[in-house]
Design a protein around this ligand. Structure first.
Ligand code: PGA
Length: 255
């Protein structure tokens, strides 16, 4: 049985005051959920604040990027063991904004995934095609390549210790969600890629959908057989929206 997860991706947003008020609301609004997991992935400087407020609660926290290196002369980078010291349970790797704006490639993303695992942090591996790639009909090749690079590095056993998030680039921050059917097709394809290697791992793997998820469309997406929750950007900054999305995932969990 897979446990669904809803993770907020705050991106480069927040302030001490705004975070405190958002987290207070989440602590209240998510306290009664019991069938699914929730997490917030926040900018590095706020990890201590988030740890202080969420420690002992059922909400986990994490970062949005991690170095592939363990320590050393890598100015500006943050290593996985450091994130672990801040109590991070999760880190997103390979987000399309990192791939496109910061030129992260498949091999580097795979190394970051492995670094997270090495520190006992669950990596959330983001994959997804651009609009141009979808229109060219190469969606499956693209996501298979992105997932395959990680599988080559860590094997099915490593995939079992992470989470995958399918985020079509054309749906991120655009208000344009993939239809539940379109998303389901890619989720089933991704699960099939893992199943070709290890059916048991594939059956247990949480595959999240991300891209303009809101309270309004979450239930329909999460009801699909291979969608096990969401990675939520914009809507994770609004307490009511994020709580409602988490509630839908919780109701549809346990399958
Ligand atoms: P969005 O972002 O929900 O604002 O589309 C999702 C993401 O980038 O993870």
């Amino acid at each position: 049985m897979r446990t669904s997860l809803v993770a907020g991706n705050w991106k480069m947003n927040g302030s001490f005051a705004a975070n405190a008020s958002l987290l207070q609301s989440l602590l209240k609004g998510l306290a009664k959920l019991d069938s699914s997991r929730q997490a917030v992935c926040v900018p590095y400087p706020y990890l201590e604040q988030v740890r202080g407020m969420l420690n002992g609660s059922r909400i986990a926290w994490g970062a949005q990027n991690v170095s592939e290196f363990e320590a050393g002369a890598y100015t500006g980078e943050v290593a996985a063991p450091m994130l672990r010291e801040f109590g991070c349970s999760y880190v997103t790797v390979g987000h399309s904004e990192r791939r496109m704006l910061f030129a992260e490639g498949d091999v580097q993303v795979a190394a970051k995934y492995a670094a997270a695992l090495g520190a006992g942090i669950t990596p959330i591996l983001c994959v997804g095609e651009t609009l141009e790639e979808r229109e060219r009909g190469v969606t499956e090749q693209v996501v298979r390549r992105q997932l395959g690079a990680v599988m080559d590095k860590v094997g099915a056993a490593g995939i079992a210790r992470g989470v995958v998030a399918y985020e079509p680039v054309w749906a991120i921050g655009t208000g344009r969600t993939a239809s539940a059917e379109t998303a389901q097709q890619v989720h089933a394809f991704l699960r099939g890629c893992v199943a070709a290697d290890d059916p048991a791992v594939a059956a247990e793997l949480a595959i999240l959908y991300g891209g303009s998820v809101k309270a309004q469309n979450a239930a329909e997406l999460f009801a699909m057989a291979d969608i096990d929750g969401g990675l939520i950007g914009g809507a994770s900054l609004k307490a009511d929206e994020f709580i409602a999305i988490c509630q839908f995932a919780d109701e549809l969990a346990d399958r």
